[in-house]
Design a binder for this molecule. Structure first.
Ligand SMILES: *Cc1c(COP(=O)(O)O)cnc(C)c1O
Length: 384
């Protein structure tokens, strides 16, 4: 876009290329059966993997805290907004992922840009998986560090790129990749990191709550120590069903981030009632083994069914199950056809995913029943 006058033309062109993004309006609680644009649908689109976004005891915890403490935090954490509820939440999150300390941020986006920009500078190098989440990429940009991308989950390419790195070296990866659903090869990456004195940072936004015992996430499940993975980021807006995010690590690392991370320092603390809600969610997450078992069964049911229909699946064993369609137009039209049959599935197009790999991004929840998945498979068969 050369001039501001080009904005309408830009929009028209986007529309023509089937790339114009639009928003559906949610008119009920988030659930597997939300009311969207005035119509109840069966949804396979949320990151509410354990069905906690509308859980009564989380809402009750938030209500009780709001009655006691009001709504606004009133100040940033380092001024007077750091509440007892934030402090307790940090301790409980650190324990969940087996680290010494944690620092709570307002969002996962802010946690990622806040951690990377605090630790890295122009003299340093960040090694990034080609499919990393946008917030990680933006964190590297903000830091001014040199960026070396490596092919998706390709540890040989990572090791090669490391040889070119200068200054401090930070390897950054999604734990569970948000558009593909596969997991990073963390054990191998930790070995490579250690051999070249690099730090490894894992953004486990989609793993926390879903993977591992008590929902401790991918790093916890693999038993990787803070020497192997010094930085774990987790978000609370997905499996936790609330809002916010955290970074966990050794106490000295967390103390340092608190001193220098600008997206932590220069923003108003989230309402203490949100922290109280997240603490209630954490208790439910830790005890949600039955929900995680149901989720695993739904994932297997979906994968087996869709493979039998002859669709192309990704190597994912997580609730993120993308079905690759290819052309933008086809993916969008399938999403529209599904909606006509009462099913909400989002079509994900470039630039979020590489060109030619537009996909239907199906996400499963512990709240889905076997019948829900069966119905989806039936409609996918009709659309074949
Ligand atoms: C959702 C997501 C984030 C951002 O978290 P928010 O709390 O929604 O800002 C960061 N990283 C990954 C991999 C994500 O999927």
């Amino acid at each position: 876009m050369r001039s501001f006058d080009d904005i309408p033309g830009w929009l028209a062109q986007r529309k023509q290329e089937h790339l114009l993004r639009s928003r559906n309006q949610l008119q009920s609680a988030q659930s597997t059966r939300p009311v969207i644009n005035g119509k109840e649908v069966l949804s396979f689109t949320s990151n509410d993997y354990l069905g906690l976004a509308n859980h009564p005891s989380i809402a009750a915890a938030m209500r009780a805290a709001a009655e006691q403490y009001g709504v606004g935090a009133g100040a940033s954490h380092l001024v007077s907004g750091h509440h007892l509820e934030h402090e307790l939440l940090e301790q409980e999150l650190a324990a969940l992922v087996d680290r010494e300390a944690a620092l709570v941020f307002s969002t996962g986006y802010m946690a990622n840009i806040g951690v990377i920009s605090a630790l890295m500078s122009r003299r340093d190098t960040v090694l990034e998986d080609k499919l990393n989440h946008a917030s990680l990429i933006d964190g590297v940009r903000l830091s001014g560090a040199r960026s070396l991308r490596y092919r998706h989950n390709d540890t040989d390419h990572l090791a090669q790129q490391l040889e070119r790195a200068q200054g401090k070296k930070l390897i950054v990866t999604d734990g569970v990749f948000s558009m593909d659903g596969d997991c990073a090869n963390l054990c191998e990456m930790a070995d490579i990191a250690r051999a070249s004195s690099a730090w490894l940072m894992v953004d486990d936004a989609h793993g926390i709550g879903v993977i591992g015992q008590c929902g401790g996430g991918l790093v916890h499940k693999l038993g990787l120590s803070s020497e192997q993975v010094p930085l774990i980021v987790g978000t609370l807006g997905k499996a936790f069903g609330t809002s916010g995010a955290f970074v966990a690590g050794d106490k000295s690392t967390i103390d340092y981030l608190m001193q220098v991370s600008r997206p932590y320092i220069y923003t108003t603390a989230t309402p203490p009632a949100i922290a109280a809600a997240s603490r209630a969610a954490l208790k439910l997450v830790a005890g949600a083994n039955a929900a995680r078992t149901n989720l695993t069964e739904r994932i297997q049911q979906f994968r087996e069914g869709i493979k039998t229909l002859g669709y192309e699946l990704m190597p994912s064993y997580t609730p993120i199950q993308p079905v690759v369609i290819g052309a933008n137009e086809k993916a969008v039209s399938m999403s529209e056809q599904l909606l006509k049959r009462g099913i909400l599935v989002t079509a994900i197009r470039p630039p979020t995913v590489p060109k030619g790999t537009s996909r239907l991004r199906v996400t499963l929840s512990a709240e889905h029943t076997a019948d829900n998945v069966e119905y989806l498979l039936g409609v996918m068969e009709d659309l074949k």
